[in-house]
Design a protein around this ligand. Structure first.
Ligand SMILES: [Zn+2]
Length: 157
């Protein structure tokens, strides 16, 4: 794992503010060379954390050629599309990152409702076909039965 370039002897501690726009607490366990701690942000809360841990929280695809050269995901803090990480729903304050639809619970819920409607429509279509076939079969059976039974009174018997 690479570190921020900090000139020797100059202690620099950059912080990143993380906002939780969701209705559920977002948490991630940060493991810093054996020291593990949980970073928890409550709904609507904004909390700062050392910027060294940015990549543990959000994995971003910034789309820049020079970042892609060193690995598919952004290593330098550019704004981009959040595609993963320990807490992908946390948003960096002051940045214009986007959330990949595959990680967006709202998009997932919409998709799930749409899929449910599609399934219901398909089920209705199959049922309608089955009903039509059954109805045709019944009609055919009734015709056969009517043909088998001579109607008394009309045949003079
Ligand atoms: Zn980048």
């Amino acid at each position: 794992m690479d570190r921020q370039m900090v000139p020797a002897g100059v202690p620099e501690r950059r912080m990143t503010a993380w906002h939780n726009p969701t209705k559920r607490a977002q948490s991630v366990v940060i493991n810093d060379t054996g020291n593990a701690f949980a970073f928890v942000v409550q709904p609507g809360e904004t909390k700062e954390l050392d910027s060294r841990y940015d990549r543990a929280i959000n994995t971003r695809d910034c789309g820049r050629e020079d970042c892609h050269r060193t690995g598919w995901f952004c290593t330098r803090g550019h704004d981009g599309n959040v595609v993963g990480g320990g807490a992908p729903l946390l948003r960096r304050v002051g940045h214009s990152d986007t959330l990949d639809p595959s990680l967006d619970p709202d998009a997932q819920a919409r998709k799930s409702v749409e899929a449910e409607i599609d399934r219901e429509v398909e089920r209705e279509r199959i049922l309608a076909g089955a009903r039509a076939r059954r109805s045709a079969e019944l009609e055919e059976a009734n015709k056969l039965l009517a043909g088998d039974r001579p109607v008394r009174g009309k045949t003079g018997g």
